[in-house]
Design a protein. Structure first.
Length: 311
């Protein structure tokens, strides 16, 4: 049984939405959700997160906004991303608006939660690493109090998904990724090496519509993503796998590396294992290279159970 508290840091698009539902469906306690730019603009991520939490019966979970962009300028969401996640980030499905974000900036909440919860807190990032990098720059030792850090991002043994080198979450803020990876803090990387292997099919998502009103909405959100992410009739479960691995680390087989992110040039956004001995003293990143092939079935089971409960 999972007895820790999750702090989710998200750029709430479709697979973040599935990840929130998975955490709720597992009965995990959620200390708060911090939001940032990436799949959508930060303000849209906040709005989607608030609306989804309300839909899922968890309106009490506090939501925090991070910066609007990596360098003080508003982030521009790519056309490709708008196509995959929809104009509003959740498959163009309109949800009733509920609640407001807390006034505390996202990185400050990460620091407060780590200081307060300490070993009870698991931080899971499924967008850029911008908010976590700001928290580390402000007070690394406070972040170090958390039990663990899991992030969805990067590609070590496979090609990227926005360039041949780079995965989207790292590509959207490579400098933040470099700060986090080189921080020496222990963390687990859930990259494309494993997430691409777990697929949600149109058929499975379609059946959620039989599980009540909320299931119907998630069926529509996921269906949009499946139709636009690729032509395979299925989508990769990137963010849900990271949240699931935070709850159940046994889902992954990981290997330790000293890692960094390339921040400029053609390979910007690439996550690499460092090779010089003086850079490799601290192998703080456990990169997932294998994962439980039964995860997509487990996700379907957890979400169906949740949707039936919510009606
Ligand atoms: Ca995401």
């Amino acid at each position: 049984m999972f007895t820790k508290k999750l702090l989710l840091d998200m750029d709430t698009g479709v697979d973040d939405a599935l990840a929130i539902a998975y955490a709720v469906g597992c009965g995990a306690e959620i200390a708060g959700i911090t939001c940032g730019f990436g799949n959508v603009e930060t303000a849209e991520a906040v709005r989607n997160t608030l609306d989804l939490l309300s839909l899922l019966g968890r309106p009490e979970v506090p939501v925090f906004a991070g910066d609007a962009g990596p360098d003080g300028q508003p982030f521009r969401v790519s056309e490709a991303c708008r196509k995959i996640h929809g104009e509003n980030g959740i498959g163009n499905v309109s949800l009733p608006h509920h609640g407001k974000p807390s006034l505390l900036p996202a990185h400050r909440f990460i620091l407060d939660a780590a200081r307060k919860e300490g070993d009870a807190l698991v931080i899971v990032c499924t967008g850029t690493l911008h908010n976590l990098a700001r928290a580390i720059l402000e007070d690394r030792e406070a972040v170090a109090k958390a039990h663990s850090i899991v992030f969805m991002g990067g590609a070590l043994t496979v090609a990227g998904n926005v360039t041949p080198y780079a995965e989207a979450n790292i590509a959207n803020d490579p400098e933040a990724a470099k700060i986090v990876l080189e921080s020496g803090l222990p963390m687990t990387m859930v990259g494309l090496d494993v997430t691409l292997k777990h697929r949600l099919t149109r058929e499975t998502a379609g059946r959620w519509a039989d599980c009540g009103h909320v299931g119907g909405i998630f069926s529509e959100i996921a269906g949009y993503y499946i139709d636009n992410e690729s032509d395979r009739g299925s989508c990769a479960l990137h963010d849900p796998l990271a949240v699931a691995a935070a709850i159940e680390p046994g889902l992954l087989v990981t290997h330790p590396f000293a890692m960094t992110a390339i921040t400029d040039g053609e390979a910007a956004g690439r996550t690499v294992a460092r090779s010089y001995p003086e850079e490799c003293r601290v192998k703080n990143v456990r990169a997932a290279l294998e994962s439980d092939p039964g995860f997509s079935g487990r996700l379907d089971q957890v979400l169906r159970g949740l949707f039936k409960t919510l009606g």
